[in-house]
Design a protein around this ligand. Structure first.
Ligand code: FES
Length: 160
């Protein structure tokens, strides 16, 4: 699932300029990836390949960094990000079932975006509202005391 992005000549040349600039400094990979995320809105494999070719860093290493840091993503983010909290208090109150339900309802896995570009799903850590566990967020909104039925209802409401 997910969306493939088109790499325009313009964006590719912006990336090349960023790479040239950062290669002059020590530790260029992170700043290059930050710029790539800005330019393309995500860092898909095609972009990782260009960075690998230009810097000599292996794809495996680049991919490891991109998947490790949540500020980077391999697919474009949706209009809204849904976060399911997997912190311990939420987890013991059924967060896994909530996450599984969201995955099933949207047909995507964690880190992916729906084909219509509406939603990106993230697994998040405690956001400080454990009193209402299990908790889910949609954009800036935090919704507590989630249940399977509530997930379905909330998503249905958002999809109208
Ligand atoms: S653990 Fe989920 S809000 Fe704290």
């Amino acid at each position: 699932m997910g969306i493939t992005i088109e790499i325009s000549k313009e964006n590719e040349s912006a990336l090349m300029t960023a790479i040239d600039q950062h290669l002059k400094n020590p530790g260029p990979l992170m700043p290059i990836l930050h710029d790539a995320q800005q330019i393309f809105g995500c860092i898909p494999l095609e972009v990782q390949k260009i960075i690998s070719r230009e810097t000599g860093v292996t794809i495996a290493e680049i991919n490891g960094v991109v998947t490790f840091y949540s500020s980077f993503s391999q697919t474009p983010k949706g209009k809204e990000t849904i976060g399911v909290c997997l912190g311990t208090p939420c987890y013991v109150r059924g967060a896994q079932i909530i996450l599984d339900t969201v995955k099933k309802e949207l047909g995507i896995d964690v880190g992916e975006t729906t084909d219509d570009g509406e939603f990106t799903l993230d697994a998040i850590r405690c956001i400080g509202t454990c009193g209402m566990a299990p908790v889910m967020s949609i954009g800036e909104e935090v919704i507590g005391e989630m249940s399977v039925e509530k997930v379905k209802k909330v998503l249905k409401g958002r999809r109208k």
